[in-house]
Design a binder for this molecule. Structure first.
Ligand SMILES: [Zn+2]
Ligand SMILES: [Zn+2]
Length: 360
């Protein structure tokens, strides 16, 4: 198979996605070759490498190195290099999107995302990613994909669902309290679904876009999806009415906006726990009444660990929840340009590439 050609998607930085031919790579020691079943398009790709090539936290210089894009892949292993011990040919896997050094303290905790070593590489940013027929991956970045879940489910767990799960674990979502999700893009939808799985009493979402609210409401995981009021306090009041409680024990901001973070804080009940996972922008808050007098705890997290990702995949299968239900649009590789344009504009839910599809 190696030496034969395949197709991969590149992002030149001018808001286009182009398809090029490249050789199918051969796995070296500790590496596997994966036939890609699905590969998600992420909000982080759109901002940083689709419109222009900008830097990113944890990486020196321009983050995107002109490689095959896509950091949310799942597929089946079709070849394994020497020394692979945990995974082999035929295994269905999710690929954790960063290959860390494996030896620093963060890597040893399973947080390859926070690896500080020079050899840290993200798939789709510094090394070839999942928007191709095949992906060369480190065995250490593979996570087992349960049989009950599809490759599209796996692709979603690889980034957005993993990020949402980490945020919800930090605030210990449970049946002891309600969950307020602010921002119903793909990560917010994931947070709602996982929150339901973790047993949150009621799950309420807040989202300014009517189109996204409608899509979220159709998923059957939110008890209510609300349009925000003119300020955080009025939105918190609407959320409290929907929760039939003074506030939510746990809240998560997936919007990355100043207004969204203010809502996550205002919507929390006394002794509440607030999770921040949305990237970018600033956090601005009054302190005494908003934080101190309510005895709030704020958590910030970045992606998740390898072990939490594996646990999430198992949990979703046991909960009978399917991440792919948040996917609104699927495209073949040949339609990558269209797929990116849609993801960068106003898709209802998540956009994924399915390289197995022949396309038009
Ligand atoms: Zn992502
Ligand atoms: Zn490391």
């Amino acid at each position: 198979m190696s030496g034969e050609m395949m197709r991969g998607v590149y992002l030149p930085g001018d808001s286009t996605a182009v398809l090029r031919e490249l050789p199918i790579p051969a796995p070296g020691a500790g590496q596997v070759l994966i036939e890609v079943g699905a590969s998600g398009i992420c909000g982080s790709d759109i901002g940083y490498i689709y419109h222009e090539h900008k830097g990113h936290r944890g990486v020196e210089g321009p983050a995107y190195r002109g490689v095959v894009a896509g950091h949310e892949p799942a597929g089946r292993i079709v070849a394994a290099g020497p020394g692979c011990r945990r995974f082999g040919i035929g295994d269905r896997v999710i690929v954790y999107h960063i290959a860390g050094c494996g030896l620093c303290d963060n890597c040893r905790r399973g947080y390859f995302i926070s690896c500080g070593a020079a050899q840290r590489q993200a798939y789709g940013w510094q090394r070839d990613g999942g928007h191709a027929n095949y992906l060369l991956a480190e065995e250490s970045t593979c996570v087992a994909l349960p049989d009950e879940l599809s490759f599209v489910d796996g692709a979603l767990i690889a980034c957005g669902f993993g990020t949402a799960y980490e945020g919800l674990r930090r605030i210990a979502v449970s049946g002891d309290g309600d969950l307020l999700v602010v921002g119903l893009g793909p990560v917010g939808l994931a947070a709602g679904m996982i929150g339901k799985g973790m047993g949150a009493r009621r799950v309420v979402g807040v989202e300014p876009s009517a189109q996204r609210r409608e899509w979220a409401a159709g998923l059957g995981v939110f008890d209510a999806t609300l349009e925000p009021g003119p300020d955080a306090e009025s939105t918190a009041k609407l959320a409290a009415d929907a929760l039939r409680a003074p506030g939510a024990a746990t809240t998560i901001d997936c919007s990355g906006s100043r207004a969204g973070r203010a809502t996550a804080i205002a919507g929390a009940a006394e002794w509440g726990r607030v999770s921040l996972v949305g990237e970018g922008g600033t956090l601005e808050t009054e302190v005494s009444d908003a934080l101190l007098h309510k005895q709030l705890t704020l958590y910030a997290s970045w992606v998740t660990s390898l072990t939490a990702m594996a646990e999430l995949a198992t949990n979703l299968a046991r909960w009978g929840l399917r991440p792919e239900s948040v996917v609104s649009d699927r495209f073949a590789l040949a339609e990558a340009d269209k797929a990116y344009a849609l993801a960068a504009g106003a898709s209802d839910g998540k956009v994924v590439l399915v390289p197995g599809e022949p396309g038009p």
